[in-house]
Design a binder for this molecule. Sequence first.
Ligand code: NAP
Length: 316
Amino acid sequence: MRYFNLLDGDSVPALGLGTWKLAGDDARVTVQTAIGLGYRHIDCAPIYENEPDIGRALEFSLRGGEVSREKLWVTSKLWNDSHRADDVRPALERTLHDLQLDYLDLYLMHWPVAHKPGVSRPDDGTGFLSLEDVPLGETWTAMRDRRDAGLCRHIGVANFSTSKLQSLIDETGTVPAVNQVEAHPFLQQRELLEFCEENKILLTAYSPLGSRDRPDDMKQADEPSLFDHPTVQSIAERHDVSSASVLIAWAIQRGTIVIPKASSEAHLRENLQAAELELAESEMQDLESLDRGFRYVDGTFWEMPGGPYTAANLWD
Ligand code: NAP
């Protein structure tokens, strides 16, 4: 397994397991199987509503000695309803309780979007708080305090644009360890990646396979398929691997952490093996030519009449 170095010299496994959409006991079994196969990095979030199930898997694997806590990398995220400074600590403590851990390796601000406390998923614009009401710096400073108190080893953000990263750094002086954003050959995020590299922020690629199992109401008509693209397929054929393997290898080879979600044991195995696959420079270039700025997770679900967020001000 390849590892990438963080600004403070610590290292993170380049491949992690995504856990969005793993429900109930499937989440427990999948995470337990993944750790048994050799996964050492699990990407969680309370909004995935499976942290108690994942906690059972972690407890089983750690207690049974399959892996030591030091060798496992666990990420979780602060949900949008807990952005106010006083709400960060209880949210993190709830996640630690559910995951049955004393600390996280990485705690991310899930979105640069704030909800009113207690509003998990707003029905209309009145469920939101604006970034003037709760500045991102307020949330970030509270997260930093929790890191300094030892509840998480690193803090980072997700779904942050270059301009939001720059403002956060200017305002607080604290550089996020990681920015987790959607990335794959159709959305390569080159400018953002360059900014992150310059500032020693690791970029994590989410939905690296195109998130085909996400809810229908988050899908657009006629979405392009990464798996079926002829360039991806021909590289896959050349290496006698799947399209998914090519996408995972591409992400790691360009220096991004990648967190494909999988539930079947066959997919889990395949994705782990893909982390060892090496693509030729010419294949990397062919994949680079596929960029078209296409988002599967496009953020329009935060746009509600009377609310403060739009896809345009989200991805600024
Ligand atoms: P994804 O990883 O792009 O795609 C998941 C889909 O790919 C599932 O249907 C899975 O099937 C399938 N798959 C996995 N391995 C495969 C293989 N080898 N061959 C064929 N199909 C395969 O989607 P995602 O869940 O949206 O993204 C990954 C993770 O990123 C999430 O789970 C979550 O942890 C994180 N994420 C974060 C954010 C954020 O806002 N920070 C947003 C989105 C996602 P099976 O399940 O049947 O194996």
